[in-house]
Design a protein around this ligand. Structure first.
Ligand code: NI
Length: 279
């Protein structure tokens, strides 16, 4: 790949990490915890969420990655949550996989689509200036009212999260295979629990299996004080940090895709209900 493309990807992921870490204290904390143990690791994947509405649908978000050498690796359907997703990998293996999901707004009561369309109509023109800006320009749209956030929440945790935070990395993921001080994902789980981190889906936080060739777990999303329209503020779940352990096939090649059922459970790391139950 050209060094120009490589530099653009590095800049893009740096800027995505910065915006994500700013509202995800657990990510910075765990990053520091692992570095203090002498670990260095790659990001397994970075995930994005969007509505199936112009001008910021899934394909628009995928455009900068495709332009910089990424190739599609899979399509996924989440029937209950009413969304679908696509994954992409960079052939160099130097950059994280990308997972982009899109909410099928037409499958909800009209209020969901109405609120989403109103946000899309107010997208900051600077977010549409370049393909990369669609991912990094924040805020993507003006904050909704707290009332509209709560109306979305009644129908879709995903929609409410997206309305509040706009387009940004929903999570980064540690490529746990790179860690030298743990032999399997269960050991990392013990380490995180001992450090006082709260994990999604306790008491069985690990999703997937060696047989499925992908094991994943995640923190529960941090809560942040967030500003809504009309000066209202509320404490809501922001982003989570994920950990993925990939298993090799008979030829020794690591699994490159995602497992729908596991991803379905991981999506719940930002649920307001999960937050309340555990806090
Ligand atoms: Ni993920």
């Amino acid at each position: 790949m050209s060094s120009a493309a490589s530099e653009r990807l590095e800049t893009l992921f740096d800027s995505l990490w910065e915006a994500y870490a700013a509202i995800t204290p657990a990510a910075a904390r765990i990053h520091a915890l692992l570095h203090a143990r002498g670990e260095s690791f790659r990001n397994d994947h970075v995930a994005f969420r969007t509505f199936d509405l112009a001008p910021l649908g899934l394909e628009r978000l995928a455009a900068p990655f495709l332009a910089l050498g990424y190739t599609p690796t899979g399509r996924y359907d989440f029937e209950v949550k009413k969304l679908h997703a696509r994954s992409y990998s960079h052939p160099s293996g130097r950059f994280p996989r990308v997972f982009i999901s899109e909410l099928r707004t037409g499958e909800f009561p009209p209020v969901v689509r109405e609120i989403a369309e109103a946000l899309l109509e107010q997208v900051d023109p600077r977010a549409l200036a370049t393909d990369e800006a669609a991912l990094t320009w924040a805020p993507t749209w003006p904050a909704p009212t707290l009332e509209n956030y709560e109306r979305l929440l009644e129908h879709s945790e995903y929609a409410a999260w997206l309305a509040a935070f706009g387009i940004r990395a929903n999570h980064f993921t540690v490529h746990a295979n790179d860690l030298r001080s743990v032999a399997e994902l269960a050991e990392l789980v013990e380490l995180l629990r001992a450090a006082g981190e709260r994990l999604n889906a306790e008491p069985s936080p690990i999703q997937g299996s060696a047989a499925e060739r992908l094991e994943q777990c995640s923190t529960l999303a941090d809560r942040v004080e967030w500003s809504f329209a009309d000066g209202e503020r509320a404490s809501i779940p922001s982003c989570y940090y994920e950990f993925a352990w990939r298993h090799a096939d008979a030829e020794g090649k690591l699994f490159d895709g995602f497992v729908t059922q596991s991803a379905d459970k991981i999506f719940e790391s930002t649920d307001v209900g999960a937050q309340t139950r555990r806090s």
